[in-house]
Design a protein around this ligand. Structure first.
Ligand code: ZN
Length: 455
């Protein structure tokens, strides 16, 4: 590679699709050239002795709040938090203000965020009550997929009726793009919420009681049934219940194809946490009883769950302190703590490093057709995370990069830390510091089928 800069990341334990192996990673032009032992000298040498070399995390479920609510977070602070957490690609959700439901708004959002991004990013469009034509146009602008809110959450996003949903699914299928679904039945949520409100309940657990399990099961069943008819690639975001997962497995056994995501929060927090954290952990779907959490872990071990994401959903510190559950916002930050928390789970024997890489890099890259992401392998983007699996730290919001670093994980003991992050071969984070200017780019879904696309 005479004349061209060549980075060699030497002596690390590299997590490849075939497992962990000792190798030197040679990078040129932002792309991985080779994995070999005893590689020749590079123009830049990185010593990864004692470190893991993982593909950058892909968080397929974040909310930057750009445009419209930058006081909560913007694309710069979101992606700074991502890079510090070893996440090199994010997929940003469209329930902003205004929602990204037309090609014009899609282009405006792209223009707004593209120079602020510290990581590569995909942008979802919205599947709303009447935008099938816009779905085709947003696809031309590189939409990573389309979000369907069947259940109410942050923003103005009432669920479309079933006919509108089906037209949107057909439009997404015609564009060969993923529809990602928030699967809860909106009418039932509103009815149960009204009942609890009029009974005078304002405590955090009322949120859980207002979103019973069957509300998720019903929505999962309906959307999988419709998606199969529409022949669209379907992804269930933040599945949260044992019964919901069982229904997915039953429908898969009948031939339906769907991928399933669980959130870090749904794996690490259960109902008892309402006593400690109150409305800070209000989340849609809610933090569930321990039996559901155990079922998600079991599903993860069986391979029934495909993707882990964060649903990074920032609000201001004042909003996060709201005491009335009906006034409190749903969601909290998470992109910066995802990998350290999962590395800690791995250190505790609850999962393996290979699981983390499969669920947080490999599988999301396949699902959203990111042709050059998600693997440490020749030909792929050199999005690399150097991890010290033994470092012990404590979650400390004051050192984090979101605008409001209020997190339920504050003070949690961690085993495993991100030491450095590389985006397409460039060092973008090292030992607590963001390096350089934003260099992230839009990731567009590949227009050709990938070799192994998964469910
Ligand atoms: Zn979300």
């Amino acid at each position: 590679m005479a004349g061209q800069r060549c980075v060699v990341v030497r002596n690390g334990a590299v997590c490849t699709p075939g497992g962990l192996r000792d190798a030197d990673v040679c990078v040129s032009g932002g792309v991985i050239l080779s994995l070999e032992r005893g590689a020749g000298r590079g123009t830049d040498e990185v010593d990864a002795t004692g470190l893991l070399v993982l593909p950058g995390g892909i968080d397929a479920h974040v909310h930057s709040r750009d445009p419209g609510l930058p006081e909560k977070e913007d694309f710069g602070s979101l992606t700074a938090a991502a890079v510090a957490g070893g996440v090199t690609t994010v997929v940003d959700m469209p329930n902003t203000s205004p929602p990204v439901a037309t090609a014009q708004r899609y282009q405006q959002k792209l223009d707004l965020v593209k120079n602020k991004a510290y990581v590569d990013f995909g942008l979802y469009g919205m599947l709303d009550h009447d935008n099938a034509d816009e779905i085709a146009r947003m696809a031309e602008l590189g939409a990573m997929g389309f979000k369907l809110f069947m259940g109410q959450t942050t923003g103005d996003n009432r669920c479309p009726n079933d006919a509108a949903i089906f037209r949107g699914l057909e439009a997404a299928a015609a564009a060969d793009l993923v529809v990602g679904v928030h699967a809860e039945n909106d009418h039932l949520l509103r009815m149960f919420g009204d009942r609890l409100r009029s009974s005078g309940r304002t405590d955090p657990r009322a949120h859980l009681e207002g979103r019973p399990t069957f509300v998720e099961v019903e929505a999962v069943t309906r959307i999988i049934t419709m998606a199969t008819e529409a022949k669209v690639k379907l992804h269930i975001h933040h599945l949260s219940t044992a019964a919901g997962l069982q229904r997915v497995c039953d429908l898969r056994a009948q031939g339906h194809r769907v991928s399933v995501e669980v959130l870090v929060a749904h794996l690490l927090l259960d109902e008892r946490a309402y006593d400690t954290y109150g409305n800070l952990i209000k989340l849609n779907p809610p933090i569930r009883p321990a039996a559901d959490v155990e079922a998600l872990w079991a599903g993860l071990r069986r391979g029934d769950i495909n993707v882990i994401a964060t649903d990074h959903a920032p609000h201001t510190a004042a909003e996060q302190a709201e005491q009335d559950v009906w006034k409190a916002y749903g969601g909290f930050i998470g992109v910066e703590t995802m990998l350290p928390l999962l590395l800690t789970a791995a250190a505790q024997g609850r999962m393996t490093i290979e699981d983390i890489v499969r669920l947080c890099s490999y599988a999301p890259a396949r699902k959203w057709s990111m042709a050059t992401k998600g693997q440490v392998a020749p030909g792929f983007d050199a999005d690399l995370v150097l991890v010290d699996p033994e470092t012990q730290t404590v979650v400390d919001g004051t050192s984090m990069h979101s605008k409001h670093n209020v997190t339920p994980y504050e003070g949690w003991a961690l085993t495993g830390a991100v030491v450095a992050t590389y985006l397409r071969g460039g060092l973008v984070y090292e030992n607590g510091a963001i390096i350089g200017d934003p260099s992230g780019r839009q990731v567009r879904p590949a227009r050709v089928p990938l070799a192994t696309e998964g469910p």
